[in-house]
Design a protein around this ligand. Structure first.
Ligand code: ME8
Length: 489
């Protein structure tokens, strides 16, 4: 098994211009699964998420809501925090870029970068997309618009600005990608970044003049720090900065999990910033795909935004977690529809897992003989393979592997026909089923934490860690509860 002594993983920090939808929840859930799995292995895990609260987009959203910006960001940030709690996201910290602890480290890093001669004053003329909170080059503009935000008008900026010498890092970045093939993950997303970097990097404007809502630029307070440049620093400000105790223990990040649309910021700008500040680089930036809803981009104006909390309240938290990870191979794009969602619940959570646990516990509860025997299902399980897949962030493949063990166990019930057995033979089958169910609870606990806990309760066993994934004596006291999942008509 691949073991890390410590494991530091992050989600992007989410913009607080609107409440979380299933796209945001997707990243939080995937990160949570990785964090939980590494904890299960006994590693020292730090899992951080949070909110990105500066910039024009948020300033405007507050205005539209007739609230002060501070009031507005406090409210929306709280909806993220609450949503993550509801979805059983086990983050260790939640950072907000409006916090003093963040601002302090932003200042420190920018001063370091400046000390390295990488910041200079100049003049910027070009287009800016408020939706992306980013500068757009001619080649990125299609029909006068940002292809990702066609409803927004591009803004022509002509202002004095400070630049970061991004161009200086072109060779070092290419070297990084070459030497560390895992840095750009998954592999199929690497060529796009590498080719763009090869084409040449322009220095990056890192301040804005005509903006109120942001962190004053530490080198010149008549400017505001460009939101992306300070937001990326969250990954180390949450550790207390380069001199923080947590930094010494957890930096560099093992995985920055992000959506594909912000890969560039994480794979190019962030490492260049770190190189300039003389800090170690993260090990992996993993960019997953995007969810659409019935073929369309989720948007307020289309009214098709799926609220993950409401979905969890309607079905269950674990149904949401399961669907998002199972439906589409992790890394690729996915498409949500309620029909597909219900099919997964009925066909897999109810029919495979729920049904198995109910059958096993019903048999065990009725049986008054000795529950003992020889392990017969162990060979159907390859934990090393599951662990390897999760280490490679192949979350869907790993889940499928766990599921095939669940299906093999159901098959074992059908083949052994325990309802026809008695005495020692029945005791042996029940022993196998109980031990297997206990092991399944451990294996699914990262994906479906609530379900895993309910299974452990019904088995009367302790939840356990990966060390307990081996077949021993079954030592629980079985008490069948309600069905884990109910069929949706
Ligand atoms: O970009 N499908 O924040 P953001 C899948 N603040 N994932 C989605 C998604 C979708 N339809 N929509 C959003 C920002 N996401 C910056 C990040 S980090 C220093 C700053 C997920 O609120 C995905 O992870 O726009 C994406 O990268 C992230 O939410 C963007 O959230």
């Amino acid at each position: 098994m691949i073991k890390f002594a410590k494991f530091y993983i992050t989600t992007p920090i989410f913009y607080v211009n609107a409440e979380p939808h299933i796209g945001h929840a997707y990243t939080a859930i995937a990160t949570d699964i990785l964090a939980r799995w590494h904890r299960l292995k006994g590693e020292d895990v730090l899992f951080v998420t949070g909110t990105d609260e500066h910039g024009e987009k948020i300033e405007k959203a507050a205005e539209a809501a007739s609230k002060t910006t501070k009031e507005f960001v406090d409210e929306v940030s709280a909806t993220f925090k609450n949503a993550w709690k509801k979805l059983n996201i086990s983050n260790d910290d939640f950072i907000r870029t409006t916090e003093e602890r963040h601002k302090k480290i932003v200042k420190e890093i920018i001063e370091k970068v400046n000390g390295n001669g990488d910041i200079y004053k100049g003049f910027y003329e070009g287009y800016y997309c408020t939706g992306c909170e980013s500068f757009k080059t001619e080649t990125e503009i299609v029909d006068g618009k940002c292809p990702d935000h066609p409803n927004l008008k591009l803004k022509l900026l002509k202002e004095e600005t400070y630049f970061f010498r991004l161009s200086k890092y072109q060779d070092q970045l290419l070297e990084l990608y070459k030497k560390n093939p895992d840095f750009l993950s998954p592999k199929f997303r690497a060529p796009e970044i590498i080719n763009r970097v090869k084409e040449g990097l322009k220095d990056l404007s890192i301040t804005r003049q005509k903006l109120e809502w942001g962190i004053p630029f530490p080198l010149d307070e008549s400017h505001v720090t460009y939101v992306w440049v300070e937001a990326l620093i969250n990954y180390i400000s949450v550790l207390g900065g380069p001199n923080g105790k947590l930094f010494k223990k957890f930096w560099p990040a093992d995985v920055h999990l992000v959506g594909k649309e912000i890969n560039w910021f994480h794979s190019v700008i962030w490492p260049a910033q770190l190189m300039s500040a003389g800090l170690e680089l993260p090990k992996t930036v993993f960019s997953h795909g995007w969810w659409t809803v019935e073929g369309q981009k989720m948007s307020k104006s289309l009214g098709n935004v799926i609220d993950p909390v409401k979905l969890a309240e309607k079905y269950s938290v674990d149904a949401v977690r399961y669907f998002l990870i199972r439906e589409t191979p992790f890394g690729e794009d996915g498409e949500y529809s309620e029909k597909k969602f219900i099919e997964r619940i009925n066909g897999e959570l109810v029919a495979d897992l729920g049904n198995l646990v109910y059958r096993v516990l019903s048999l065990a509860e009725k049986f008054d003989g000795k529950i003992e025997g020889k392990p017969e299902l162990e060979s159907k399980l390859d934990v090393k393979k599951i662990d390897k897949l999760i280490s490679e962030i192949k979350l869907t493949d790993a889940l499928l592997e766990i599921w095939s063990f669940i299906r093999a166990t159901n098959k074992y019930v059908n083949e052994n026909e325990p309802w026809k057995l008695k005495g020692k033979e029945l005791g042996n089958v029940i022993y196998n089923l109980l031990e297997t169910t206990r092991v399944i609870a451990i294996l699914i606990s990262s994906y479906l934490p609530e379900t895993a806990e309910r299974i452990s309760q019904q088995l009367g066993t302790k939840p356990g860690t990966l060390k307990d994934v081996k077949f021993g004596k079954f030592a629980g006291k079985v008490k069948k509860g309600k069905y884990l999942f109910t069929k949706i008509e």
